[in-house]
Design a protein around this ligand. Sequence first.
Ligand code: ZN
Length: 81
Amino acid sequence: MKLMGLPTCEEIEQFAYAYLEGQLEPEQIKKFERHLQGCANCKRFVDSYREVARPERLAQTIPLDPDFERRIIEFLAKEGG
Ligand SMILES: [Zn+2]
């Protein structure tokens, strides 16, 4: 995976899993986080994703925007879980 320059919002969504799993290079993490600092939507997406990605959180009710939830579920389905 490659991040050239600052990632776009689309790339943030694509790399959210790798980011939360610690699979990004330090350089990529820096760019990723810099985007989050300037983009409330992506920050919210990653925060939501972080909560959803935790198995122990799945049993709890998470106040999520239905659209975000749908996108996360689609993302997880695409990744094969
Ligand atoms: Zn963004």
